[in-house]
Ligand binder design. Structure first.
Ligand code: GLC
Length: 437
């Protein structure tokens, strides 16, 4: 009875209703340790600098005009080595590039149809393979973004927001033809690039059964059992992918990654100059890793293959900050839950060192509540400056811990966020009240 109740609770909760896969911890380890990835949205939409795929789907531009952008795509200055250098410099451990967005135009030499930059644009070459090679040379893991839905394919039912080519149920043969096409493209990506990670998108237009999601997963893993698959495969993925922000609490999945634009656009849109500040980016990044997730930060190169200077600067600046604070970032786990410290924190894998991320905008004292351990030493990671701490409000006869006040230095050499390293006596132990009766 007890088990029946447990099972029904588990399966009624939304996470379990959706996720059909129990991720393999060993396979997921590099991902959990990576913390930062770089997302790349590159495609014909960068020619006019308009929204990727959605601009024709939502009828902001006609399909004919949208697809005509293919004539203006040159990749003239595309330098995959310098892209990979920049990614390395950012501190990212993996990159995910669009092999095909919802518009159906592949960036690699697909044999399944003519819709590729290889066959139809002046670029005339596979743009994915050389990039994959450069990433591998630098020991950066390779992720391939692939849109299941394909609004350019005549066998695909959906097209514009208010029109469909046909109803799936009315022509199952046509749909089967599309399924074969889609599965063949996935096979091509597996065998040509052998990615470490498959980043699916566009699953929402059809069910797991319609996509044959289970079969897609099986085929990918048959080629390489180590591949990590994101959640946008109707429940058959290994990790969750919130987009742009995660409200308050981390997602329920054990593994997750927030994908985030640097301005408000995934692809290159020159009119969009609303770039996030470094303070904002670091704040979001530390919030992700403090909650046990990764950040997948997006860039949108121009049609000629150059990366907008603002995005180059963001990646370089983030890399500098990460480099100074590495020990608090890579190979850590989620820090203290909400309430113990009003900011993000991480924890070393042996649970004996806490790292607090402190915005320089609110320097002064930082406060930790409910810390049961004694502090051996507190210091700033980048400068190794020793900090003093004080216990406030400890009642001698009660086992409720006092508040720890740590005094921040007047000036630090961290422009954005300082990282406070707290070496504890023993493994982190937090006082629990109501939750633990
Ligand atoms: C959305 C959009 C797409 C973008 C993706 C990135 O699903 O459809 O344009 O590529 O998010 O996460």
């Amino acid at each position: 009875m007890k088990y029946l109740l447990l099972i029904s609770i588990l399966f009624c909760s939304p996470a379990f209703a959706q996720q059909k896969i129990k991720p393999d911890a060993e396979k997921m380890q590099w991902f959990a340790d990576a913390k930062l990835g770089i997302f790349i949205h590159w495609g014909i939409y960068s020619v006019n600098g308009i929204e990727e795929s959605w601009s024709f789907h939502n009828k902001n531009i006609s399909y004919e005009k949208y697809i005509k952008q293919i004539d203006g795509f040159t990749a003239n200055f595309y330098n995959p080595a310098s892209w990979a250098d920049l990614i390395k410099e950012s501190g990212a451990k993996y990159a995910v590039i669009t092999t095909k967005h919802h518009d159906g135009v592949a960036l690699y030499d697909t044999k399944q149809n003519d819709w590729s930059l290889v066959k139809k644009s002046l670029a005339k070459r596979d743009l994915i393979a050389p990039f994959v090679k450069e990433l591998r040379n630098r020991n950066i893991k390779v992720g391939t973004y692939f849109s299941l839905l394909d609004w350019s394919n005549n066998d695909y039912p959906e097209f514009l927001k208010d029109s469909v080519r046909y109803k799936l149920k009315s022509d199952t043969l046509r749909w089967q033809r599309f399924q074969r096409f889609c599965q063949n493209q996935i096979q091509e990506i597996s065998s040509q690039f052998n990615p470490d990670l498959f980043w699916f998108d566009g699953d929402w237009e059809h069910s797991a059964e319609e996509w044959q999601a289970e079969k897609i997963r099986k085929n990918i893993l048959a080629h390489n059992p180590k591949v990590i698959i994101n959640s946008r495969l109707q429940g058959y993925g290994d990790y969750e992918t919130p987009e742009q922000n995660f409200p308050i609490k981390k997602p329920d999945f054990k593994y997750w990654e927030l994908c985030l634009t640097t301005n408000n656009s995934w692809g290159f849109q020159p009119h969009d100059t609303a770039f996030k500040t470094m303070d904002e980016i670091i704040s979001i990044f530390t919030d992700c890793i403090g909650n046990g997730g990764n950040l997948l930060l997006d860039i949108g190169p121009k049609e000629d293959g150059t990366i907008p200077i603002q995005q180059q600067n963001i990646l370089k600046e983030l890399g500098k900050w990460i480099h100074k604070n590495e020990e608090a970032i890579y190979n850590t786990t989620a820090g203290m839950p909400l309430g113990y410290y009003y900011g993000a924190s991480t924890l070393s894998k042996d649970s004996a060192t806490l790292y607090l991320f402190v915005s320089n905008k609110n320097a002064g004292n930082v406060v930790i509540k409910g810390l049961e351990n004694k502090i051996k030493k507190a210091s700033i990671v980048s400068s190794q400056k020793i900090l003093t701490s004080k216990i406030v409000g400890k009642i001698s006869w009660s086992n409720v811990p006092g508040l720890v006040f740590i005094k921040m230095p007047e000036a630090t050499d961290d422009k954005y966020f300082s990282v406070v390293k707290i070496e504890l006596e023993g493994k982190l132990k937090l006082y629990e009240t109501e939750n633990k009766k």
